[in-house]
Ligand binder design. Sequence first.
Ligand SMILES: [Fe+2]
Length: 364
Amino acid sequence: MESFVHLRKGRTPKRLHADLDGLKDDELGRGGFVGRTANIYRRHDPTAYRAVGPLRPLDVMTSELKPSDATDAAGTPLLLFSNPDCRISLSRRTEPMPFFVRHVDGDLLSFVHAGAGLLETEFGPLRYRVGDWVYIPKATTWRQVPDEETTLLMIEATDEFRVPPAGPLGRHFPFDPSQVTIPEPQAIDDDGRDEYEVRLIDEGGPTSLFYQHNPLDVEGWRGDNFPFTFNIEDYNVIASESVHLPPTVHLFMQATGVAVMNFLPRPAETVPGTERPPWYHRNVDYDEVSFFHGGDLFGIPMPPGLISHAPQGVHHGAPEKARERARRKFDEQDRVGWKVISIDTTRRLTPSAEVLAHDLGQHA
Ligand SMILES: [Fe+2]
């Protein structure tokens, strides 16, 4: 049971995530970072282990992966991770889709890591650019027409992606609703072909529906179930002077068993002694996938396109060297420059064979 009383035993710093005096700051918390918790102060780096067996952190450069849609207009995204609540895939499409798609198992939320182009949807056209989140409701028909090679990190839920409750942060948390782009209806004329294929994307299949007219023939729509884009440049990042805030304040959208967060550039904590990098933890109740869009962490570039998976129960965190550097450069650095997309899931994620084959082996 949660209590306002937090016990303090043995040697502990007076402030949270600060003034460690050589100790390693490790959190054992329930429900992500919002449940019962214990901050544990240890002698040694808890990520200094060698893992044998399936529950080990993985790091993969997605630029090394080859989704079939990168080279074949009829190709598909590449599955990276999955569990009963979601599938996480990588797409690198260069050619317009010669078909339409409809994700029939749940909503689709995609992050544009690179490229620009057009999504033709039943609700009308949506332009996309780098840094966009693209939300497409379950069973909506759409088609991608890239202007250039487009790298998407795609998250398919098995139900709805919802905007989290605003709570005490107000109606403009987690983002200003006026900053989303919503399509205007635009029916598309037939182009003379015999049939229009709509591929149903689901766990089984494959199934295709064939129409004799362009299925994007909507003259108008109304309601509250529609696709939209939102660019991370328009995200209002929440910051604190005296403590590194938990990832939950950066929650963007959520589905059952899936939470999606944006870690974006912000002012660094300024109170002397404050630990700026996230503390060590083992996400007791969540698997965690982090996708490095770019930016830097206190002057050290973050490799764009790196994706890492930390299974629940297994320690992870910034390397000790990076923590020492952040303390050393405390007076020189005043910004956190990272651009990271994070996906936390309550059920264990299974990495695909391609991901396992490309693991950089940092914990092997
Ligand atoms: Fe984490």
